[in-house]
Design a protein around this ligand. Structure first.
Ligand SMILES: *Cc1c(COP(=O)(O)O)cnc(C)c1O
Length: 517
């Protein structure tokens, strides 16, 4: 299998030209074109009725003549934000098949629990005597996370998966330093790893070395063993991996890693596929982050707030960051400074106790599913992915055709060869059919990768609608209907964006009109 270095191609020549019907105003159906809020309304208007300002007495020379705030009425403001919200795809609108992201339904029960005043109105500096219930919830959540993973300790404060990786590697670094092993400066990462793994290792100051992958999409044990040496601090392996496959040799991976004095960091983003069935602690894992927004259904916010607790083995537990909850004579309390036995803690990951709203949602999800329900989550997630793999394998090419997959179905672009259609074109055409594209061009080891993760919350009817759409598109590509794909999306308000330009030269500010400049 050849490495895909191309990444995400940008706008092809001529793409974005409108073929066929165009509305007169730029809107598409009931989706209207929406300018920035600053470009709407005028500066002289206001949406509220304020009494005239009193003449300031001692503010001479300090008052502003005008304030550049958009002057919109309440209905205009409402419509602006509702129109913007309609431009966002959401799990509440349709299946969201982004592989590796586990875009599952967020149960409303979780939202109800998170909005209870005792949780929603908490302040991180509130006296502990007034926050016993919240501390108890954190303690119980920690208990469930430790039980489900078979690990003795958990750090709750990291704010996301990547932040959890940072926490885990900082624990590993502290453990090596405490053992006089500070010379271990390398982290081994498989070629199929999520980009955050090597990025985190580099951020901690480690150098990163790649571990090769076998033809059937797993860690190449011989290559791993050859690269393990006295300079290796840790390996970072995702299980199930980003090809949607279980690492069959995971116990052997842990054994040889430990035999060489290194730690096993497991990227737990795919825990959804094994929760309730496999305990990472039994596999020899030393540290693993859990994306509460993936496995435990808390919302994927637009960049936050999130939570990525990290479970730790007995060897790493003493290095966990403060604060943590302990049972004391006067109820629950927080250890804010690591002292005595705990003095090895490497410090803090965040200012306070972590994301309470996410803790409440994740705990509500666990309790409403129960142990048997969480096990069924993993089973149904795997069943749904295999259903998609089975329904599409005669028209698309699965990257690893032999055997079942775990919770995501991975296809390559071999089936598009000779059609003139690329993975990107195919994904854009999915938008016209009302579906959010799958993860594209990741993992990098699979050419033109299309990684589809349905999650367990999709019904058979929804899965069939999705598969029917992909089958119809696949047929169109093979029949030579190239224009459908090259011009796609035809029905979205904006067409093909120049992603490279947007990333290299982002426009992050809006320049006010001359009168305010
Ligand atoms: C999502 C994901 C991450 C990063 O998690 P964030 O919460 O987005 O920081 C890391 N690894 C894998 C495999 C993932 O899918």
């Amino acid at each position: 299998m050849t490495m895909q270095n191309v990444g995400r191609p940008t706008r092809p020549e001529g793409a974005g030209e409108t073929s066929g019907f165009a509305s007169l105003t730029g809107g598409r159906g009931l989706l209207q074109d929406e300018p920035l809020i600053f470009e709407l309304g005028g500066w002289s208007k206001t949406g509220v009725d304020l009494p005239p300002a009193e003449e300031p007495s001692d503010l001479a020379g300090l008052t502003r003549e005008s304030l550049p705030l958009p002057g919109l009425s309440e209905p205009e403001t409402m419509r602006h934000y509702v129109r913007l919200s309609q431009k966002n795809h959401a799990i509440d609108l349709a299946l969201y098949p982004l592989g590796s992201c586990t875009m599952k339904h967020n149960p409303r029960l979780n939202e109800k629990a998170a909005r209870m005043a005792g949780f929603a109105d908490l302040h991180p500096l509130a006296p502990l005597a007034t926050t016993q219930g919240a501390l108890e919830l954190m303690d119980r959540l920690a208990h469930w996370l430790k039980t489900l993973t078979g690990m003795p300790a958990v750090a709750l404060t990291p704010k996301a998966g990547a932040h959890g990786e940072l926490c885990g590697l900082l624990c590993i670094k502290a453990a090596h330093e405490a053992a006089g092993q500070a010379h271990r400066r390398t982290v081994l990462v498989p070629t199929s790893a999520h980009g955050t793994n090597p990025a985190t290792a580099a951020f901690v100051g480690y150098s990163v070395q790649e571990i090769a992958q076998t033809e059937d999409g797993r860690v190449d044990l011989a290559d791993l063993e050859a690269k393990l040496g006295p300079d290796v601090a840790a390996i970072m392996v995702t299980n199930p991996n980003t090809c949607g496959l279980f690492e069959r040799d995971v116990i052997e991976i842990a054994r040889i890693t430990h035999a060489h004095g290194a730690y096993f960091y497991c990227d737990g983003a795919n825990f959804n596929a094994i929760v309730g069935r496999v305990r990472p602690g039994d596999l020899g894992v030393d540290a693993m982050h859990i994306n509460l927004h993936k496995t435990f259904s808390t919302p994927h916010g637009g960049g936050g707030p999130g939570a990525g607790p990290v479970v730790l083995s007995a060897a790493l537990a003493p290095f966990a960051p403060a604060p943590w909850v302990v049972h004391g004579p006067d109820g629950l309390t927080l250890v804010e400074e690591a002292a005595d036995d705990a003095a090895q803690a490497f410090g803090r990951m965040s200012a306070f106790q972590g994301q309470m709203g996410m803790f409440v949602r994740a705990y509500a999800y666990m309790r409403s599913h129960g142990a048997d329900g969480l096990r069924q989550v993993a089973e149904d997630a795997v069943l749904n992915a295999n259903y998609i793999k089975a329904r599409l394998s005669d028209v698309m090419t699965p990257a690893f055709p032999d055997g079942p997959c775990m919770h995501e179905a991975l296809f390559d672009d071999a089936w598009l060869e000779g059609t003139g259609v690329t993975t990107l074109d195919f994904a854009k055409a999915m938008i016209d059919e009302g579906f959010h594209p799958m993860t594209m061009y990741f993992p990098l080891v699979v050419h033109g990768a299309m990684l589809i993760e349905p999650t367990e919350t999709e019904s058979k009817r929804e899965l069939d609608r999705f598969c029917d759409a992909l089958r119809a598109l696949a047929a169109a590509a093979k029949l030579g209907d190239v224009d459908r794909f090259k011009g796609a999306p035809h029905l979205a308000p904006l067409r093909r964006l120049d992603e490279t330009l947007a990333a290299r030269k982002p426009k992050l500010t809006w320049k006010p009109e001359a009168e305010f400049a």
